[in-house]
Design a protein around this ligand. Structure first.
Ligand code: PLP
Ligand code: SLP
Length: 432
């Protein structure tokens, strides 16, 4: 069922039954207004945005309007937005910048005799704190910096009761060499919202008590934007990652930086023609940026309605799962005492030795969903490390189904999906 009218991908196939898409945390289709904005930019704004004549100015105007719309969506200013190829690039830019910032600030301090390059005979390294449930573009970036001896990294484990990273645990990990704390705003599998605002308040007061370099604060907001209200200034972050293909925009992204190059450092990972104020050079991808800006405009205008629909649909889905399978047969992996979760995410296990998540989904005829992060789809039957880290028992995590609903998901879709799961379970458990 394509939620936005028009011919869906699957209607062209010779499938007997319409598919029900419930994997919106993996990626979303594009709103029709977004496709129109992209198409118009392709036709009308093909000029090089750096060219001063009309085709170039048309492109530049579209980019500037998108920048304003993306900024408004996250409570920032137009100059706080740096367009990137996506979330992975944005996350890498933050970690790259933090390392550079550490050495630049320490270099200055050493010149003034305030810092040493060695402590107890060991060379000093920048220290980074993150959680143990981050997306791979944070997790693997941090692991690589550690493996290459470029940083010390602390992966703070989330609580196995709340599945949240606890502020006190992060603060306990802070060292004099800590230069970056990066914690995602919402987890892509459990949907759990992390206490970023409280964390930033604590770190900012710590920063005031100690000399530069300050601890930089980053949150990867990929899974939160378009589902819940995200305001970078209210959160108190220095950096916030924006991923278009989670809120009905194309595969492009942006990094919010609180005053890039003035209040907050940004060190470019590559060099070129000066675009994006040299923070992220390369001739701009005008049509994709146009699409991101239009999608951002829709979020700013309709977020309250989106959130209400998502939450109501997820509650209905969970109610129907309980009605059909019974409370004893299922375990909700996105219900944690004291934690808020995304309104669209239902992570559920149907209990039983024959009901591994992948096996259940492959026995479904209509439901398109996942057992966890799309980029972990090659993990076989190994249970998600994110669920295990969040305290879900292995035999339950092995049966996990991540059902994430979208703006167009209807009660009818829910009924079809739950019935599909029921027949798959019946088939797998050999019940006639
Ligand atoms: C939490 C999170 N962070 C980062 C990303 C990476 O974004 P991109 O796919 O645009 O590189 C994704 C999605 O893919 C994500 O879910
Ligand atoms: O959670 C997802 O599926 C997107 C990140 Se790989």
């Amino acid at each position: 069922h394509h939620p936005h009218g028009g011919q869906s991908l699957w209607q062209h196939c010779d499938l007997q039954e319409e598919r029900i898409y419930m994997d919106y945390n993996a990626t979303t289709p594009l709103e029709s207004e977004v496709i129109l904005a992209i198409s118009e930019a392709l036709h009308e704004a093909w000029g090089n945005p750096s060219s001063s004549y009309l085709p170039g100015r048309k492109a530049k105007n579209i980019i500037n309007r998108s920048r304003e719309n993306v900024a408004r969506m996250v409570g920032g200013r137009a100059e706080d937005i740096i367009f990137t190829s996506g979330g992975t690039e944005a996350n890498n830019l933050v970690f790259y910048t933090a390392i550079k910032y550490f050495w630049e600030a320490r270099g200055a301090a050493e010149i003034n005799g305030q810092e040493k390059s060695h402590q107890n005979g060991k060379s000093v390294l920048p220290h980074i704190i993150t959680s143990n449930v981050e997306h791979d573009s944070v997790k693997l970036t941090a692991e690589n910096l550690s493996r290459e001896g470029k940083a010390d990294v602390t992966f703070v484990p989330v609580s196995k009761v709340t599945a949240r990273v606890e502020v006190e645990d992060v603060m306990a990990a802070v060292r004099p060499t800590t230069c970056l704390i990066s914690v995602m705003l919402a987890n892509n599998e459990t949907g759990v919202l992390m206490p970023i605002r409280e964390l930033c308040q604590r770190v900012r007061s710590l920063n005031k008590q100690q000399p530069a370099p300050r601890i930089l604060l980053h949150t990867d907001a990929a899974q939160a934007i378009g589902k819940v209200r995200v305001d970078a200034q209210e959160l108190g972050v220095d950096y916030l990652t924006i991923v278009g293909h989670k809120f009905y925009a194309p595969r492009v992204g942006a990094l919010y930086v609180n005053g890039p190059g003035t209040t907050t450092p940004v060190f470019p990972m590559f060099f070129g023609g000066g675009q994006e104020r040299n923070f992220r050079p390369g001739t701009e991808n005008t049509p994709m940026i146009a699409g991101l800006g239009k999608a951002a405009e829709l979020v700013s205008t309709h977020l309250s309605r989106y959130e209400t629909h998502l939450r109501e649909t997820t509650l209905y889905l969970e109610q129907r799962l309980q009605d059909v399978f019974g409370r004893e047969k299922i375990h909700f992996n996105s219900h944690f005492l004291g934690s808020e979760t995304l309104p669209n995410t239902c992570n559920v296990s149907i209990l039983g030795p024959e009901l591994k998540g992948r096996r259940v989904l492959s026995s479904c005829r209509r439901l398109l969903a996942s057992v966890g992060a799309a980029c972990h789809s090659n993990r076989g039957d190994r249970p998600s490390h994110i669920l295990l880290s969040s305290g879900i028992p292995p035999e339950v995590a092995a049966n996990a189904l991540r059902l994430s609903v979208g703006r167009g998901t209807t009660h009818s879709d829910v009924e079809l999906a739950v019935e599909d799961l029921r027949q798959a379970v019946q088939q797998l458990e050999g019940l006639s």
